[in-house]
Design a protein around this ligand. Sequence first.
Ligand SMILES: [Zn+2]
Length: 335
Amino acid sequence: MYLSPEQSRQLLEQAAREHFAVLAVNADSPAAIVDCLEAAKAVDAPVIIESSLWQLSSHSFGNGDALLGIERFAAIVELYANSGPYIDVPVLYHTDHIKGPQTVDILSKGICAVNAQGLTASTISLDSSELSADENIALINELCSIAKNNNASLTLEMEAGVDDGLTSLDEARYLLEAVEENNPGYLALWAPGVGTRHGFSAEGFPEFSTEHISRQQALAAEITGRDIGLALHGSSGLSDEQLSDAVDAGVTKVNWSTDSLAARSAAALSYYDMNREKLQRTHTDFKNTAMDNGLQTAVSESYIDRVKNRMLVLKGNGKGQAFCNTHGTNADCLN
Ligand SMILES: [Zn+2]
């Protein structure tokens, strides 16, 4: 069940109240999207499928055109999410790490409509890594104005320096108050730096602090007056125990990209390596081995278990079908 911005807000508030987190996978191909939905269905968990700028422009989606990419990406997620097998799985489509000159154009489509059917993204964020605090605030407030002017609902994640160590509470207050005072009610996720970084880290993340997560979550809740959780970026270097502790401390969304890519590419490498002989055109199994189905089925066999395990660590299992039953039918989710 593809969630509207309003349904997404309800799910994220439930996660904050009940102390679970939704896994957010940077799924970079239709096959990866299917695998994530299969995993979510198997453990009855909600799932966020997210795309960064590089995925929107990638071969499988925009093929060089990010504006076309968001239309195709969102439509594929919605098509799968609202089809029979996954109708009881809460599925959010999130825009992750959008930056550069097309940021407002891409996100405007996500907020207002990506296609003639009025489909919107479930939740929106932008990449603030190259922005000053005031530029970050101005862009977030601009997105809120776009939503207001178009009578669109909008559920936002705001980030600040996620790769730059621990975000100070003063900076957090400055950013969150500037948005909440001008545009109350839009923020549903807060992504400060909590000591992690994107990509692999050989030495782990010594700065990672669940106490800092707790303080940031409490501050965000105080400023907004809502059940608001943290989005955790750069989770690939954390142990299961650290992730579980982060959820207890107030994380409600965990982004997952590097480890996910590593799992899929390692499985693909192994598949091609083990099937070298069958990939000769004269082999009787050539066609079955060479077709995309052969590779993707092999990748899914190990990948789906990895996704399921991560969802269990985040304690989102058992929350899927109940949410769908309580928060509307399929027809309600389409804007
Ligand atoms: Zn990130």
